[in-house]
Design a protein around this ligand. Structure first.
Ligand code: FES
Ligand code: FES
Length: 151
């Protein structure tokens, strides 16, 4: 039986009727047409589906939509403002911290959460915080450099 939820995504409130088994990632991609968040492993391992749920990074492939009821979600599409890229997006571009970019939306949101939550993080804290986001193209050193440059 379908369930009604209310979830705010990128500042817009959505009232949805969803299946209990639907994941937050499915809702974001299939119902709201926000396709920046990617499905990789579907097992809470790779981080390509990372979004911020009430400001905390989560693997949206492993969060049920019903559990997002009443929450605020930020996806990569909500990061730029008035056509201006967020400083983290700009840094990824300027420092070439990607190849195929499949991991990049999740990486950027993970860096944002780190930046928001831990002022002046240590190298160990940066690596620990980003450990849940994998880059199959092997851009981890460049991504770490972006994170260090912004924190
Ligand atoms: S697709 Fe969600 S963690 Fe890999
Ligand atoms: S840039 Fe290709 S997976 Fe990270």
């Amino acid at each position: 039986m379908k369930r009604g939820i209310e979830v705010t995504v990128n500042g817009t409130l959505h009232k949805l009727s969803i299946e209990p088994r639907e994941t937050l990632l499915e809702i974001i991609r299939n119902r709201l047409d926000l396709t920046g968040s990617k499905l990789g492993c579907d097992q809470q391992v790779c981080g390509t589906c990372t979004v911020l749920l009430d400001s905390l990074p989560v693997s949206s492939c492993s969060v049920l939509g019903v559990d997002a009821h009443g929450c605020e979600v930020l996806t990569i599409e909500g990061l730029a403002t008035d056509g201006e890229l967020h400083v983290i997006q700009q840094a990824f571009i300027e420092q070439g911290a990607f190849q195929c970019a499949f991991c990049t939306p999740g990486m950027i949101l993970a860096v944002k959460a780190l930046k928001d939550q831990i002022p002046n993080p240590s190298e160990e804290q940066i690596r620990h915080f980003l450990a849940g986001n994998l880059c199959r193209c092997g851009c981890h050193m460049e991504i770490l450099e972006v994170a260090r440059s912004l924190l």
